[in-house]
Every structure is written in C-alpha cells, then in structure tokens.
Design a binder for this molecule. Structure first.
Ligand SMILES: Cc1ncc(COP(=O)(O)O)c(C=O)c1O
Length: 360
C-alpha cells in the first residue's frame, strides 16, 4: 500500500475536472489561438486581467497574472526588498517556501506569534514600536498554511489601520479563501485598506487546478513599474494558454459549480480528519478546526518531538510535515501540519488511526 500522505498540500486527483479543462483549452485555441500562443503583455492574458481587476476594483494595469502564486512571491520579495530594505515580518508558523525565498535574499525574518484567531495586532503593534526599517509583513489571513487558522474581522480592521497609520507594506496571500465549507467570509485586508500598502495575491491552484500554474497579484500603483520590469526580464510574458483556459472556465459560468464540487470533496475529507482526531486523540492533543482550506495544525504538547515521530510514522506508512519547518526561528517542535486535501475519507481515517497508535 502507498503511504497515506497528510504531507501533500495538493488537491485529491478527484478535485481536478480534466474534461472541463480540455474543453476550455480546445475552445480558446480554436477561437484565439494566434494570440494565446504568442508573446504578449508581461502582466498576463488581457481578458483574465480585466476580470480580476473588476473583482478587486482596480485598474487592470495593477493586476499581474503570474505562473502560480509562488512565482509572484519571488517577484514581490525581490522588488519590495530593493525598494524598501528592512526586516520581513511573518506569522509564526508560516508557509515554508516563502521562508526559503526570503533566506536566499539574506533577509532578516521575524516571526510574530499567532493564536487561534491568527496574527495578534497587539504583537504587530509592539514590533512596529521597536522602530527600525521594515520591508513588509507577509500574512495568510484565511485558512492559513500551515495552521488552518483564520484572522478575525476585528483584527483585520486593526491590521489595516496599522498598515495605514505606519505606512506598513503588507502582502496578503489568500489562495484558500474561496475554498470555504461553512461560515462567513471575512473582508480582505486589501479591500479594508484600499490597496495603497496592501498587495493582494491568490491563485487558481486550489479552485481550478495547480498544474495550470495561474496565480495573480494586485500591486499598489507605486510598485507597478518595478513589478512589470521584473516580470518582463524573467519570462517576457507568462504562458497565456493556461490563463485563457481559466478565463474560459469563468466565461462558461463553470467556475462556481466546479468550486462547489471541490468544496464538497474537501469538506468530506476535513470532516473525516476531525472525526478521527476526536475519536483517537481527544484529551491527548489539540488541533485547529478550520472552516475551509487544506490544513489543520496538530499540537501533541510538550514532550513529543514531531521530527522523531515523523521518522516512525513514515516507516508505518503515514506522512505529515513537522511543525518546526514552518518557523523562521524556534517553535513548532511538538506540532505537525496535517493536510486533509489529498487523501479520500477512508484513508484519512486510517492515517489518523496509524498516527495515534504511534503516539501511544
Ligand atoms: C499560502 C500559499 N501561498 C501560495 C501558494 C502557492 O500556490 P501556487 O504557486 O500553486 O499558486 C501556496 C501553495 O500551496 C500556499 O499555500
């Protein structure tokens, strides 16, 4: 039997509607093949840029459709660290790949501790009061990777106020927000603040397919020229075919129904994980209970080293990512990121049982 993966932050294969993508690809090639197979604007496929610009209420020139969200982060970090050198504030824990990119730049990265409601504005305010130059704050406010936590509405208002009041630049990374199974969506920091200091990014990796590599950035006007320069000097223009496919999915009115289908699959997997954790680990561990997204954060408490547990778990046929990988400094030694996104409910159930047996 192949190992049960709670490590992969990827959708289960069932989430990807290959037929829909194939139909849309054929249609756009037939209709607009010469355009989508040529060079073009560095900011991406015009019609998709316009659709996203409308969604965010900005000029399309501020929207950059990138080859996935992470490539956009590479551009953002390079531009921002150059135009505003200083320390980078991140959540503790945070998504591990940006940490690696920031390390490559030699940036000083400060992890701000979170609680169940996400980043604490008081902690941010205290960090700002320390003075010195800050390049930007990187935050994943909704169904955070890795913790699954969501920043509350009142905290969003305060963080937007702090950004405005202190001229703090913020990168709001929101690839999971639409993958909501229940509850109300909070406001984007970008909308509250108005987009002068807050850059917004998201991706179609979780809502259509990650292999298309289509993400987007909405940058402040002041950043637009430098961002465009980075893009054009990296890949001239991004591949338009996948971007045109995503646009066609919207044009056909298929984006929402497809997303609803994905939500149903992931909801069942999340429910299986929460149910199994309650049965197997109630009273022996704590975990987050996300209303959407891909991940939850398991804390096994002092005395458990999840690095050591991972070695035994891998041998037993179940994997996860150890918590320490998501910290800029110390932390996360007794924690684990469990992805419920990949495995079907029966295997989620089995994987949690295996894991709980090892903790005994
Ligand atoms: C928080 C966060 N940001 C960005 C990304 C990058 O997504 P992509 O490059 O597939 O658009 C991911 C992927 O898992 C993520 O979890």
């Amino acid at each position: 039997m192949t190992a049960i993966s709670f490590a992969r932050g990827a959708p289960s294969p069932e989430c990807i509607d290959v037929g829909l993508v194939a139909d849309c690809a054929a249609a756009v090639l037939e209709r607009d093949g010469k355009t989508v197979l040529s060079y073009g604007a560095g900011g991406g496929y015009g019609p998709l840029r316009e659709l996203l610009a409308q969604r965010h209420g900005v000029d399309p020139g501020r929207v950059f459709v990138t080859t996935g969200g992470l490539q956009g982060f590479v551009f953002y970090a390079a531009v921002q660290l150059e135009r505003r050198p200083g320390r980078v504030l991140v959540e503790g824990p945070t998504y591990d790949r940006p940490l690696k990119i920031l390390r490559r730049h030699g940036a000083e990265v400060i992890a701000l501790p979170m609680d169940e409601e996400g980043l604490d504005p008081d902690v941010l305010e205290a960090e700002l009061a320390r003075g010195g130059d800050i390049s930007f704050l990187y935050t994943i406010p909704t169904f955070q990777n890795p913790s699954g936590r969501t920043l509350g509405e009142a905290r969003r208002q305060r963080i937007a106020e702090l950004a405005r009041g202190h001229g703090l630049d913020v990168l709001e990374d929101d690839p999971y927000g639409l993958v909501r199974f229940e509850g109300e969506s909070p406001s984007w920091l970008h909308s509250i603040e108005g987009g002068e200091h807050v850059t917004f990014t998201s991706s179609f990796s979780k809502t259509v397919a990650p292999g298309l590599r289509v993400g987007w950035f909405v940058v402040p006007e002041a950043m637009r020229a430098a961002y465009d320069d980075r893009v054009v000097s990296t890949y001239i223009s991004p591949p338009f075919l996948p971007q045109a496919i995503v646009h066609e999915v919207h044009e056909r009115g298929q984006f929402e129904p497809n997303l609803e289908r994905i939500r149903g699959i992931l909801r069942a997997q999340r429910d299986a994980m929460l149910g199994a954790l309650e049965r197997e680990l109630e009273g022996r561990a704590t975990w987050s209970r996300p209303e959407g997204g891909y991940f939850l954060w398991l804390d096994l408490g002092d005395g458990v080293d999840t690095g050591e547990l991972l070695t035994r778990a891998t041998e037993a046929g179940v994997t996860f990512v150890r918590g320490a990988d998501f910290f800029a400094g110390d932390g996360g030694g007794s924690a684990a990121r469990l992805a419920f996104s990949y495995e079907p409910p029966e295997r989620v159930d089995e994987g949690v049982k295996l894991l709980a047996g090892l903790i005994d």
